[in-house]
Design a protein around this ligand. Structure first.
Ligand code: SF4
Length: 676
């Protein structure tokens, strides 16, 4: 039998931005009442667009066609004028602009605001490029490549790229600009999903006999994929559906390649893959089929198909169309210990087995499901390893040094490759389905080694990139404290660490971050600054906590007497804390009802005292307080530490009446200010 393979390129199908846009459209269709429009087709795939239309998401060419409701901005994005028009028409905007496209728009806008001309590398007719151009305040210049550059007469220019541009094209443009002696602010806004997809398609096209590229014929992205494959010399066909495939394309070919543009759903990819295999078998497999029909009774080593007719505790009976039924002993059901065969097969299941013993004296044919599964799995595993595809498996056993994972065959997952970091207890993965990559295969030694870490690393890198592109200043996000230092804490925002500086942790003074947070704490924090260039995020915790100075006038009305704690002494008085983050000053003249030479003569740090509120200034964060007046009213107060016998010296004149002109700040000026 001729063996036929259809290899699917790694990174085929929906990209992050397209999937996000479709999810947003489907959510809108489910939840929103009234009309839902997309300005242009949501993605370059006619079937998906038709499906969306059936669910009430209608495509319009311009906003004049909208009769109220919501409009979805597709992943390509649009210029600010469209947002304005939609607003004027009273349309609700659902912005599905891909975060990577939005990054390019922001960069272009930022550079235009700085007054420089902005070169946009891309296809001038593409909606994404038109959208970016809209954000350049009239300073955008679209070029398709470096050859289109004319003399630049500005000392500094900006560069952004359409997200689908080849990196080499971008580099050439930047180099050409630099050669003219111009300062170039080059922002690489190319989306790596496109580059990876193109690289995977190129690698696959170099290996196969025929290449099929699946995706909308009007998609620039998919057309580019087809061109890249064609340039390898491999016959390449660009189709939109399985119906377009032709038998003659595959005649005489055994290894077929398939890739798909970013707008192609998985179901269509699967359908095309199946059809390619069928057509190839029709043109190349007749000889093999005839041979197969000549086989009369199953022989050892042969792969047979059958239907389960009985499931017992020790064996399973299978009708394989032979004179006798086949028997699968329990240990031949799977590579791991099976407690109950019902967990593996049920009556009526169609399964494949390998014959391990032809009909014996008792008329039994002994079969192995485990070996058939393993055999089947090898082909897929080889392909998965070659393409770096992520596969799923179930953890079956914890063994010395790692885990045994069922990926159709027994695979070893070393403990060091289970997580991105060290794992103490491996038993928690038992019976869990996990995603792994095959990193080593040896069919003769039946050895398969997999890594989960590599999948997690990639997901982590992806999340990091997405977070960097989407985080906004002022946004409140969740983070987990990973590390403390003397100057702050690093919190993981789900793929990216941000710095929570000690000064942004609390409204009151703290000496070390551990006074507020500890490793492992889950926090809500505010994004204070996003430095995308250097991948640095600044976070604030106090911004999401109540400010103790809010309502301070209500909490401490003038004239009230409240408890306080002495926290610091200065030559001119004592600072006392009313609550964490709120401190006030008891001026030396208000420390006692007699003359005080030095504050430490009557109070010390840590003393608990009662104070009377003389004035409150929330804007300047100043509160004036008095111990003297509490004492003079006969309220209990702390005894002075040491009474001085001398006569009181002349006191600075400090008014208690906020209406009067002379204030404590006037008397002690910057000393007070600095200390606060
Ligand atoms: S920028 Fe990248 S992720 Fe976003 S829609 Fe385009 S290809 Fe997809």
């Amino acid at each position: 039998m001729i063996s036929i393979e259809v290899l699917l390129a790694n990174k085929a199908g929906f990209c992050y931005g397209v999937k996000r846009a479709i999810d947003m459209a489907l959510t809108a269709a489910r939840e929103k009442k009234g009309n839902i429009y997309t300005l242009g087709p949501l993605i370059h795939n006619p079937q998906v667009v038709q499906d969306l239309a059936k669910q009430g998401v209608k495509e319009i060419k311009n906003l004049d066609e909208a009769a109220g409701g919501s409009v979805i901005i597709r992943s390509h994005g649009v210029g600010p004028e469209i947002f304005q028009q939609a607003k004027e028409k009273g349309l609700e905007i659902i912005d599905a602009t891909c975060p990577f496209v939005a990054r390019a728009q922001r960069a272009a806008h930022e550079m235009a605001e700085q007054g420089m001309p902005v070169y946009i590398l891309g296809d001038p007719g593409h909606p994404e490029v038109q959208g970016i151009l809209g954000w350049t305040l009239g300073k955008g210049i679209v070029v398709e490549n470096a050859d289109e550059l004319s003399r630049v007469d500005h000392p500094k220019v900006g560069v952004v790229a359409q997200t689908t541009q080849p990196l080499a094209n971008y580099r050439k443009l930047v180099e050409a600009l630099e050669k003219q002696g111009v300062e170039v602010d080059a922002r690489n806004t190319i989306c790596h999903a496109t580059g990876e997809r193109q690289r995977a398609a190129l690698e696959l096209a170099q290996k196969v006999d025929v290449m099929v590229v699946l995706g909308g014929k009007n998609s620039a992205n998919t057309k580019k994929l087809a061109r890249i494959c064609q340039e390898t010399g491999t016959p390449t066909y660009h189709v939109e559906s399985a119906q377009e495939l032709r038998e003659e394309w595959f005649h005489g070919h055994k290894i077929l390649g398939l890739t798909a543009g970013a707008s192609t759903p998985d179901a269509i990819i699967e359908e095309v893959k199946r059809r390619m295999k069928e057509l190839d078998q029709m043109t190349n497999g007749e000889e093999g089929m005839n041979e197969a029909m000549e086989v009369k009774s199953p022989q050892p080593g042969e792969l047979v198909k059958g239907v389960v007719v009985q499931v017992g505790m020790d064996e399973v009976l299978v009708d394989i169309g032979a004179k006798s039924e086949g028997v699968i002993p329990r240990k031949e059901l799977a590579f791991y210990g099976v407690d109950n065969p019902q967990d593996i097969v049920k009556v009526g299941d169609e399964i494949e087995c390998i014959v391990i013993k032809a009909e014996d004296n008792e008329g039994k044919i002994i079969l192995s499901k485990e070996r058939a599964d393993a055999e089947k799995a090898w082909g897929g595993l080889e392909e998965a390893m070659e393409n770096g595809t992520v596969i799923k498996g179930v953890v079956r056993e914890v063994v010395k040094g790692g885990l045994l994972v069922d990926v159709g065959i027994r695979a070893f997952l070393p403990a060091s490759l289970v997580e991105r970091g060290y794992v103490e207890d491996l038993t928690k993965y038992l019976n869990q389905e996990i995603e792994v990559r095959v990193i080593e295969l040896n069919k003769n030694r039946k050895k398969v080694v997999v890594s989960r870490k590599s999948v997690l690393e990639e997901q982590h890198a992806r999340r990091r990139e997405e977070l960097l592109a989407t985080l906004q200043e002022g946004q409140v996000v969740k983070g987990v404290v990973r590390r403390l230092t003397n100057f702050g804490a690093f919190a993981d925002l789900g793929g990216l660490d941000g710095l929570l500086h000690i000064s942004e942790m609390s409204w009151h003074r703290i000496n070390h971050p551990q006074e507020v947070v500890k490793v492992g704490d889950e926090l809500e924090v505010m994004v204070l600054k996003v430095d995308r260039e250097n991948e640095k995020i600044s976070l604030g915790l106090k911004q999401v906590l109540p400010n103790p100075w809010d309502n301070v006038e209500q909490k401490y009305p003038v004239g009230s007497v409240v408890p306080a704690k002495v926290v610091r002494l200065a030559p001119f008085g004592a600072f006392v804390q009313l609550e964490p983050g709120v401190e006030g000053l008891v001026h030396i003249s208000h420390l006692a009802d007699h003359h005080v030479e030095k504050p430490e003569d009557v109070v010390k740090e840590g003393d608990e005292v009662n104070v009377k509120v003389l004035s409150v200034d929330p804007a300047e964060k100043r509160i004036r307080l008095s111990i003297r007046e509490v004492n003079s009213e006969g309220r209990p107060a702390r005894e002075p530490r040491q009474r001085k016998l001398e006569e009181p010296a002349a006191q600075p004149q400090v008014t208690e009446n906020p209406e009067e002109k002379v204030t404590l700040g006037d008397v002690f000026g910057d000393m007070f200010k600095e200390d606060k």
